[in-house]
Structures are given as structure tokens and as C-alpha cells.
Design a protein around this ligand. Structure first.
Ligand SMILES: [Cu+2]
Length: 139
């Protein structure tokens, strides 16, 4: 019994240490994101702190191509337009990566401003099907 309590105590301590740690360029905070068969990001809601650098470790275990694009609504609309015109097809750029079926990639991103951003996939029809999420950048 006492051994179990000790174990739980150590776990809580490790978790709180982790939560209070804000990612930096040298030591980014890792956030794992999985793309799902029903066209979702898991998790679909991510909270970060202004100035924080996050390393998104994104995996695509589905049978489809997907993107992971970070940006405000204007940047998302711009990227969607590029995808529709065929120019932006699945290339990696700042704040955006494309993943083939079975692929895993990392994207490092520093959140310079507080506010609401979106993560999205603009592969044909995916955004409208719900393949998007929210990033809340706390001041
Ligand atoms: Cu997609």
C-alpha cells in the first residue's frame, strides 16, 4: 500500500514538473498529434504559451495523404487557395508539413503572438469534413 502511494506521488511530481515547463528553441516541448481515419487530428485542441517553441511530432497512420498546417484564419485560407490551384500540393514550408500514408514528421513552431490559431489539413475536402483543430496561444 505504501509502495503504491509512493509511486503515485512520484508520478504527480513528474507531471507537474512537465506542465510548468515551457518549450524553448533549444528544448522544445513535444506534442504528439495523430491523424485519424475519420479525418480528425488527435488531439484537436492544443494550448500553448506565447513565446513557446513546440515540436509537433505528427504521424499519419491512415491510407490517405494529409497535411498539418498551423496558422491564423487568413493563412489557412491562403494555403487552401494554393492547394486548390495545385501549387501548394503537399510541400513542406514554415508552419506546414505534408504526410504520405504511414509517414511521421516533426514540425518545430514558435508561437510569437498570443491569440487563436488553427491546425488544418487542406487536402481535397478534408478541412470541410472536419480535419482541423484549435491552438490557443495564451499570453
Ligand atoms: Cu487530411
Amino acid at each position: 500500500m505504501s509502495r503504491l502511494l509512493l509511486f503515485l506521488g512520484a508520478g504527480a511530481l513528474a507531471m507537474s514538473a512537465c506542465a510548468s515547463q515551457s518549450g524553448t528553441v533549444d528544448a522544445p516541448r513535444r506534442v504528439d498529434v495523430v491523424m485519424t481515419d475519420d479525418l480528425r487530428f488527435d488531439p484537436a485542441s492544443i494550448a500553448v504559451t506565447k513565446g513557446e517553441t513546440v515540436l509537433f511530432a505528427v504521424s499519419n497512420p491512415t491510407a490517405l495523404d494529409h497535411e498539418f498546417v498551423i496558422g491564423d484564419s487568413g493563412e489557412q485560407a491562403h494555403h487552401a487557395e494554393e492547394m486548390m490551384s495545385g501549387d501548394g500540393m503537399m510541400h513542406d514550408e514554415e508552419g506546414a508539413i505534408g504526410l504520405a500514408p504511414g509517414e511521421s514528421k516533426e514540425l518545430m513552431y514558435t508561437f510569437a503572438e498570443s491569440g487563436d490559431l488553427e491546425i488544418a489539413c487542406h487536402v481535397d475536402g478534408h478541412y470541410d469534413a472536419g480535419m482541423r483543430g484549435d491552438v490557443t496561444v495564451q499570453p
